[in-house]
Design a protein around this ligand. Structure first.
Ligand SMILES: Cc1cc2nc3c(=O)[nH]c(=O)nc-3n(C[C@H](O)[C@H](O)[C@H](O)COP(=O)(O)OP(=O)(O)OC[C@H]3O[C@@H](n4cnc5c(N)ncnc54)[C@H](O)[C@@H]3O)c2cc1C
Length: 348
Protein backbone atom coordinates (compact mmCIF):
# COMPACT_ATOMS: atom_id res chain seq x y z
CA UNK A 1 0.00 0.00 0.00
CA UNK A 2 1.23 3.53 -0.82
CA UNK A 3 0.37 6.84 0.80
CA UNK A 4 1.81 10.34 1.08
CA UNK A 5 1.78 10.50 4.87
CA UNK A 6 1.82 7.51 7.19
CA UNK A 7 0.76 8.33 10.75
CA UNK A 8 2.04 5.82 13.29
CA UNK A 9 -0.11 6.01 16.43
CA UNK A 10 -3.81 6.68 16.90
CA UNK A 11 -3.71 8.62 20.16
CA UNK A 12 -5.00 12.18 20.24
CA UNK A 13 -2.02 13.59 18.35
CA UNK A 14 -2.25 11.03 15.53
CA UNK A 15 -6.02 11.44 15.26
CA UNK A 16 -5.84 15.24 15.22
CA UNK A 17 -3.13 15.10 12.56
CA UNK A 18 -5.24 12.71 10.45
CA UNK A 19 -8.14 15.11 10.80
CA UNK A 20 -5.96 18.08 9.75
CA UNK A 21 -4.58 16.17 6.74
CA UNK A 22 -8.08 15.20 5.70
CA UNK A 23 -9.08 18.86 5.78
CA UNK A 24 -5.96 19.73 3.74
CA UNK A 25 -6.90 17.00 1.22
CA UNK A 26 -3.57 15.23 1.84
CA UNK A 27 -3.41 11.47 1.28
CA UNK A 28 -2.72 9.57 4.54
CA UNK A 29 -3.04 6.25 6.34
CA UNK A 30 -2.98 5.76 10.13
CA UNK A 31 -1.65 2.64 11.85
CA UNK A 32 -2.35 1.95 15.52
CA UNK A 33 -0.79 -0.86 17.56
CA UNK A 34 -3.69 -1.34 19.95
CA UNK A 35 -7.09 -2.69 18.98
CA UNK A 36 -8.63 0.67 19.82
CA UNK A 37 -7.82 4.33 19.23
CA UNK A 38 -7.00 6.86 21.96
CA UNK A 39 -3.61 5.73 23.33
CA UNK A 40 -3.29 7.25 26.79
CA UNK A 41 -6.95 8.30 26.58
CA UNK A 42 -9.02 5.39 27.85
CA UNK A 43 -12.38 5.17 29.61
CA UNK A 44 -14.10 2.47 31.60
CA UNK A 45 -17.81 2.03 30.94
CA UNK A 46 -19.97 1.06 33.93
CA UNK A 47 -23.65 0.83 33.01
CA UNK A 48 -23.17 3.59 30.44
CA UNK A 49 -21.26 5.89 32.80
CA UNK A 50 -17.78 6.70 31.47
CA UNK A 51 -14.77 7.00 33.80
CA UNK A 52 -11.39 8.30 32.70
CA UNK A 53 -8.55 5.83 33.23
CA UNK A 54 -6.04 8.21 31.64
CA UNK A 55 -6.39 11.98 31.32
CA UNK A 56 -9.43 13.53 32.95
CA UNK A 57 -8.85 17.28 32.71
CA UNK A 58 -7.98 20.18 30.54
CA UNK A 59 -7.59 23.69 31.78
CA UNK A 60 -8.69 27.24 31.00
CA UNK A 61 -6.09 28.75 28.66
CA UNK A 62 -5.84 25.57 26.56
CA UNK A 63 -7.69 26.71 23.43
CA UNK A 64 -7.32 23.65 21.20
CA UNK A 65 -9.10 21.15 23.45
CA UNK A 66 -11.83 23.71 24.09
CA UNK A 67 -12.21 24.32 20.34
CA UNK A 68 -12.37 20.58 19.63
CA UNK A 69 -15.06 20.15 22.30
CA UNK A 70 -17.07 22.98 20.73
CA UNK A 71 -16.60 21.63 17.21
CA UNK A 72 -17.80 18.15 18.19
CA UNK A 73 -20.62 19.41 20.42
CA UNK A 74 -19.15 17.87 23.59
CA UNK A 75 -20.30 19.04 27.01
CA UNK A 76 -17.58 20.67 29.11
CA UNK A 77 -18.08 20.89 32.87
CA UNK A 78 -16.02 21.92 35.89
CA UNK A 79 -14.38 19.45 38.24
CA UNK A 80 -16.70 18.95 41.23
CA UNK A 81 -15.13 20.78 44.15
CA UNK A 82 -17.89 21.82 46.56
CA UNK A 83 -17.48 20.73 50.16
CA UNK A 84 -14.79 19.75 52.63
CA UNK A 85 -11.63 17.84 51.87
CA UNK A 86 -10.13 14.95 53.81
CA UNK A 87 -6.56 13.97 54.53
CA UNK A 88 -5.17 10.84 56.12
CA UNK A 89 -1.84 10.38 57.82
CA UNK A 90 0.50 7.39 57.55
CA UNK A 91 -1.50 5.56 60.25
CA UNK A 92 -4.78 5.95 58.37
CA UNK A 93 -6.10 8.64 60.73
CA UNK A 94 -8.57 10.71 58.67
CA UNK A 95 -9.08 14.44 59.24
CA UNK A 96 -11.74 16.55 57.57
CA UNK A 97 -11.26 20.26 56.90
CA UNK A 98 -12.64 23.13 54.89
CA UNK A 99 -9.65 23.14 52.54
CA UNK A 100 -9.48 23.98 48.87
CA UNK A 101 -10.17 21.19 46.36
CA UNK A 102 -6.85 21.09 44.51
CA UNK A 103 -8.33 20.62 41.04
CA UNK A 104 -11.12 23.18 41.39
CA UNK A 105 -11.55 25.00 38.08
CA UNK A 106 -10.18 22.13 36.00
CA UNK A 107 -12.42 21.17 33.10
CA UNK A 108 -13.79 17.77 32.14
CA UNK A 109 -15.75 16.32 29.24
CA UNK A 110 -19.04 14.54 29.71
CA UNK A 111 -18.49 11.02 28.44
CA UNK A 112 -14.86 11.31 29.50
CA UNK A 113 -11.92 12.14 27.24
CA UNK A 114 -12.92 9.11 25.17
CA UNK A 115 -15.72 11.29 23.76
CA UNK A 116 -13.01 13.30 21.99
CA UNK A 117 -11.46 10.15 20.54
CA UNK A 118 -14.86 8.88 19.39
CA UNK A 119 -15.57 12.22 17.73
CA UNK A 120 -12.27 12.24 15.81
CA UNK A 121 -12.76 8.61 14.82
CA UNK A 122 -16.25 9.34 13.50
CA UNK A 123 -14.86 12.22 11.41
CA UNK A 124 -12.26 9.99 9.71
CA UNK A 125 -12.80 7.35 6.98
CA UNK A 126 -12.60 3.93 8.66
CA UNK A 127 -10.66 2.40 5.76
CA UNK A 128 -7.71 4.73 6.45
CA UNK A 129 -7.37 3.55 10.06
CA UNK A 130 -5.54 0.27 10.63
CA UNK A 131 -6.02 -0.98 14.20
CA UNK A 132 -4.11 -3.77 15.92
CA UNK A 133 -1.06 -3.14 13.72
CA UNK A 134 2.21 -2.35 15.54
CA UNK A 135 4.90 -0.86 13.28
CA UNK A 136 8.10 -2.74 14.10
CA UNK A 137 10.39 -1.68 11.24
CA UNK A 138 10.88 1.40 9.09
CA UNK A 139 13.12 1.09 6.03
CA UNK A 140 14.32 3.62 3.49
CA UNK A 141 13.72 2.29 -0.02
CA UNK A 142 13.88 3.82 -3.49
CA UNK A 143 10.10 4.07 -3.48
CA UNK A 144 10.02 5.97 -0.16
CA UNK A 145 9.84 4.82 3.44
CA UNK A 146 8.41 1.38 4.04
CA UNK A 147 6.81 0.69 7.42
CA UNK A 148 6.02 -2.84 8.44
CA UNK A 149 3.43 -4.21 10.89
CA UNK A 150 1.99 -7.73 11.32
CA UNK A 151 -0.53 -7.55 8.49
CA UNK A 152 0.22 -4.33 6.63
CA UNK A 153 3.21 -2.89 4.83
CA UNK A 154 2.84 0.73 3.83
CA UNK A 155 5.22 2.82 1.75
CA UNK A 156 4.99 6.55 2.35
CA UNK A 157 6.78 9.73 1.41
CA UNK A 158 6.72 10.91 5.03
CA UNK A 159 6.22 8.98 8.27
CA UNK A 160 4.92 10.77 11.36
CA UNK A 161 5.66 8.91 14.59
CA UNK A 162 2.77 10.09 16.77
CA UNK A 163 3.98 7.78 19.54
CA UNK A 164 5.88 8.60 22.71
CA UNK A 165 9.52 9.18 21.58
CA UNK A 166 10.78 6.35 23.81
CA UNK A 167 8.34 3.97 22.09
CA UNK A 168 9.39 5.27 18.66
CA UNK A 169 13.01 4.47 19.58
CA UNK A 170 12.04 0.77 19.80
CA UNK A 171 11.23 0.62 16.08
CA UNK A 172 13.99 -0.92 13.92
CA UNK A 173 15.18 1.83 11.57
CA UNK A 174 17.09 0.78 8.44
CA UNK A 175 19.50 2.49 8.03
CA UNK A 176 19.92 2.86 11.78
CA UNK A 177 19.39 6.30 13.27
CA UNK A 178 22.49 8.14 14.48
CA UNK A 179 23.13 7.45 18.18
CA UNK A 180 22.45 11.11 19.00
CA UNK A 181 18.89 10.77 17.68
CA UNK A 182 18.22 7.47 19.47
CA UNK A 183 19.56 8.95 22.71
CA UNK A 184 17.50 12.10 22.26
CA UNK A 185 14.32 10.01 21.87
CA UNK A 186 15.14 7.92 24.93
CA UNK A 187 15.84 11.06 26.95
CA UNK A 188 12.24 12.31 26.65
CA UNK A 189 10.06 11.02 29.49
CA UNK A 190 6.56 10.00 28.43
CA UNK A 191 4.24 12.19 30.42
CA UNK A 192 2.35 10.27 33.13
CA UNK A 193 3.38 6.91 31.65
CA UNK A 194 4.61 5.56 35.00
CA UNK A 195 1.33 6.31 36.80
CA UNK A 196 -1.59 4.12 37.81
CA UNK A 197 -5.13 4.96 38.82
CA UNK A 198 -7.98 3.43 40.77
CA UNK A 199 -11.59 4.31 40.08
CA UNK A 200 -13.91 3.56 42.99
CA UNK A 201 -17.43 3.31 41.55
CA UNK A 202 -20.44 3.92 43.78
CA UNK A 203 -24.15 3.69 43.19
CA UNK A 204 -24.40 7.29 44.38
CA UNK A 205 -21.85 9.96 45.42
CA UNK A 206 -21.77 9.19 49.14
CA UNK A 207 -19.03 11.80 49.71
CA UNK A 208 -21.19 14.57 48.23
CA UNK A 209 -24.08 13.42 50.43
CA UNK A 210 -21.72 13.90 53.40
CA UNK A 211 -20.69 17.43 52.29
CA UNK A 212 -17.31 16.31 50.91
CA UNK A 213 -15.86 17.30 47.55
CA UNK A 214 -14.24 13.90 47.02
CA UNK A 215 -10.80 15.53 47.24
CA UNK A 216 -8.46 13.63 49.52
CA UNK A 217 -4.73 13.42 50.21
CA UNK A 218 -3.13 10.42 51.84
CA UNK A 219 0.27 9.63 53.29
CA UNK A 220 -0.76 6.00 53.76
CA UNK A 221 -2.00 4.98 50.33
CA UNK A 222 -2.25 3.11 48.15
CA UNK A 223 -3.93 6.20 46.66
CA UNK A 224 -2.17 9.45 47.44
CA UNK A 225 -4.33 11.99 45.59
CA UNK A 226 -8.04 11.45 45.13
CA UNK A 227 -10.73 13.41 43.28
CA UNK A 228 -14.36 13.16 42.29
CA UNK A 229 -14.65 11.41 38.93
CA UNK A 230 -18.42 11.32 38.54
CA UNK A 231 -19.98 11.87 35.12
CA UNK A 232 -21.85 15.12 34.53
CA UNK A 233 -24.91 13.33 33.21
CA UNK A 234 -25.70 11.13 36.23
CA UNK A 235 -25.65 7.36 36.62
CA UNK A 236 -23.06 5.65 38.81
CA UNK A 237 -20.63 8.02 40.55
CA UNK A 238 -16.94 7.64 41.29
CA UNK A 239 -13.80 8.94 42.86
CA UNK A 240 -10.43 8.29 41.28
CA UNK A 241 -7.03 8.15 42.90
CA UNK A 242 -3.45 8.23 41.70
CA UNK A 243 -1.54 5.35 43.29
CA UNK A 244 1.58 6.18 45.28
CA UNK A 245 3.18 2.72 45.19
CA UNK A 246 5.95 2.27 42.63
CA UNK A 247 5.44 0.26 39.42
CA UNK A 248 7.32 -2.77 40.75
CA UNK A 249 5.23 -2.96 43.94
CA UNK A 250 2.04 -2.47 41.96
CA UNK A 251 2.94 -5.38 39.67
CA UNK A 252 3.98 -7.79 42.43
CA UNK A 253 1.45 -6.99 45.19
CA UNK A 254 -1.61 -6.30 43.06
CA UNK A 255 -4.20 -8.27 45.06
CA UNK A 256 -3.01 -6.91 48.43
CA UNK A 257 -3.07 -3.42 46.99
CA UNK A 258 -6.65 -3.81 45.74
CA UNK A 259 -7.76 -4.86 49.25
CA UNK A 260 -5.89 -1.89 50.74
CA UNK A 261 -7.53 0.47 48.24
CA UNK A 262 -11.01 -0.70 49.21
CA UNK A 263 -10.16 -0.21 52.91
CA UNK A 264 -8.78 3.22 52.13
CA UNK A 265 -11.94 4.39 50.34
CA UNK A 266 -14.02 3.08 53.22
CA UNK A 267 -11.84 5.03 55.71
CA UNK A 268 -12.01 8.24 53.66
CA UNK A 269 -15.64 8.25 52.55
CA UNK A 270 -17.34 5.86 54.98
CA UNK A 271 -18.46 3.37 52.38
CA UNK A 272 -17.02 0.49 50.35
CA UNK A 273 -17.13 1.07 46.56
CA UNK A 274 -19.39 -1.23 44.52
CA UNK A 275 -16.57 -1.70 42.04
CA UNK A 276 -12.85 -0.93 41.96
CA UNK A 277 -11.25 -0.41 38.55
CA UNK A 278 -7.46 -0.47 38.21
CA UNK A 279 -5.40 0.91 35.34
CA UNK A 280 -1.61 0.70 35.44
CA UNK A 281 -0.05 2.66 32.57
CA UNK A 282 3.45 1.44 33.44
CA UNK A 283 2.39 -2.03 32.29
CA UNK A 284 1.26 -0.77 28.89
CA UNK A 285 4.12 -1.52 26.49
CA UNK A 286 2.81 0.87 23.82
CA UNK A 287 2.94 3.72 26.33
CA UNK A 288 5.66 3.12 28.93
CA UNK A 289 9.21 1.81 29.01
CA UNK A 290 11.06 0.85 32.21
CA UNK A 291 12.66 4.31 32.08
CA UNK A 292 9.18 5.75 32.74
CA UNK A 293 8.55 3.65 35.87
CA UNK A 294 9.87 6.40 38.12
CA UNK A 295 7.63 9.40 37.49
CA UNK A 296 9.35 12.77 36.99
CA UNK A 297 8.16 16.32 37.37
CA UNK A 298 6.80 17.97 34.24
CA UNK A 299 9.82 18.40 31.91
CA UNK A 300 10.31 21.19 29.38
CA UNK A 301 8.92 19.46 26.29
CA UNK A 302 9.12 20.38 22.59
CA UNK A 303 11.16 18.92 19.74
CA UNK A 304 14.86 19.01 20.73
CA UNK A 305 17.43 20.06 18.08
CA UNK A 306 18.65 16.47 17.53
CA UNK A 307 15.14 15.42 16.49
CA UNK A 308 14.28 18.31 14.18
CA UNK A 309 15.58 16.60 11.04
CA UNK A 310 15.34 12.81 10.75
CA UNK A 311 15.96 11.10 7.41
CA UNK A 312 15.96 14.37 5.40
CA UNK A 313 12.86 15.53 7.23
CA UNK A 314 10.81 12.54 6.07
CA UNK A 315 10.43 11.09 9.56
CA UNK A 316 8.73 13.46 11.99
CA UNK A 317 8.02 12.90 15.68
CA UNK A 318 4.53 14.08 16.54
CA UNK A 319 3.30 13.02 19.99
CA UNK A 320 2.23 15.40 22.74
CA UNK A 321 5.81 15.42 24.04
CA UNK A 322 6.68 17.47 20.89
CA UNK A 323 4.29 20.27 21.91
CA UNK A 324 6.32 23.47 22.48
CA UNK A 325 3.96 25.16 24.93
CA UNK A 326 1.69 22.44 26.28
CA UNK A 327 3.90 19.37 25.75
CA UNK A 328 2.77 16.28 27.68
CA UNK A 329 -0.84 17.42 27.95
CA UNK A 330 -3.85 16.77 25.72
CA UNK A 331 -3.46 20.35 24.54
CA UNK A 332 0.15 19.46 23.64
CA UNK A 333 -1.07 16.55 21.49
CA UNK A 334 -3.26 18.96 19.51
CA UNK A 335 -0.45 21.52 19.41
CA UNK A 336 2.00 18.93 18.07
CA UNK A 337 -0.52 17.77 15.45
CA UNK A 338 -1.03 21.36 14.33
CA UNK A 339 2.74 21.94 14.05
CA UNK A 340 3.27 18.74 12.05
CA UNK A 341 0.35 19.59 9.73
CA UNK A 342 1.91 23.05 9.12
CA UNK A 343 5.28 21.44 8.40
CA UNK A 344 3.68 19.04 5.90
CA UNK A 345 1.78 21.92 4.27
CA UNK A 346 5.03 23.90 4.01
CA UNK A 347 6.80 21.01 2.27
CA UNK A 348 4.19 20.70 -0.48
C1 LIG B 1 -2.78 8.51 34.02
C2 LIG B 1 -2.69 9.68 33.08
C3 LIG B 1 -3.29 10.88 33.42
C4 LIG B 1 -3.19 11.97 32.58
N1 LIG B 1 -3.86 13.11 32.91
C5 LIG B 1 -3.88 14.14 32.04
C6 LIG B 1 -4.79 15.23 32.24
O1 LIG B 1 -5.60 15.23 33.19
N2 LIG B 1 -4.75 16.25 31.35
C7 LIG B 1 -3.92 16.24 30.26
O2 LIG B 1 -3.92 17.23 29.49
N3 LIG B 1 -3.08 15.19 30.01
C8 LIG B 1 -3.07 14.14 30.86
N4 LIG B 1 -2.32 13.04 30.57
C9 LIG B 1 -1.48 13.06 29.35
C10 LIG B 1 -2.31 12.78 28.07
O3 LIG B 1 -2.92 11.54 28.22
C11 LIG B 1 -1.38 12.78 26.86
O4 LIG B 1 -0.83 14.07 26.67
C12 LIG B 1 -2.06 12.45 25.54
O5 LIG B 1 -3.07 11.50 25.66
C13 LIG B 1 -0.97 12.01 24.55
O6 LIG B 1 -1.53 11.74 23.29
P1 LIG B 1 -0.57 11.25 22.12
O7 LIG B 1 -1.45 10.92 20.97
O8 LIG B 1 0.49 12.25 21.88
O9 LIG B 1 0.17 9.94 22.65
P2 LIG B 1 -0.50 8.50 23.06
O10 LIG B 1 -1.84 8.72 23.65
O11 LIG B 1 0.53 7.84 23.86
O12 LIG B 1 -0.70 7.81 21.66
C14 LIG B 1 0.32 7.13 21.00
C15 LIG B 1 -0.30 5.99 20.23
O13 LIG B 1 0.70 5.32 19.47
C16 LIG B 1 0.45 3.93 19.51
N5 LIG B 1 1.70 3.25 19.19
C17 LIG B 1 2.83 3.17 19.93
N6 LIG B 1 3.80 2.48 19.26
C18 LIG B 1 3.25 2.14 18.07
C19 LIG B 1 3.75 1.42 16.94
N7 LIG B 1 4.99 0.94 16.91
N8 LIG B 1 2.92 1.22 15.89
C20 LIG B 1 1.65 1.72 15.90
N9 LIG B 1 1.12 2.41 16.95
C21 LIG B 1 1.93 2.62 18.01
C22 LIG B 1 -0.02 3.69 20.93
O14 LIG B 1 -0.72 2.48 21.06
C23 LIG B 1 -0.90 4.92 21.16
O15 LIG B 1 -2.24 4.68 20.77
C24 LIG B 1 -2.43 11.90 31.38
C25 LIG B 1 -1.83 10.69 31.02
C26 LIG B 1 -1.95 9.58 31.86
C27 LIG B 1 -1.32 8.28 31.46
Amino acid sequence: MHTDILIVGGGLSGLALADALQQMDVDFQLVEARDCLGGRIKVADVDGAKFDLGPAWFWPGQPRVAAAATRFGLTVFEQYSAGDIVAEDQNGMVRRSAGFASMAGSLRLDGGMGALVDAYQAALPADLLHLGQRITAITQTEAGITATAQDVTITAQTVVLATPPRIAAQIAFDPALPDAQTHAMNDIPTWMAGHAKYIGVYDRPVWRDAGLSGDAQSRRGPMVEIHDASPHSGGPSAVFGFIGFDAQTRATHTDDMHAMAKDQLTRLFGSLPDQLIFQDWAQQGDTATPADFTPTGHPAYGRPPALQWIWDGNVILGSSEMGKTFGGFLEGALEAAQDVASQIAGNR
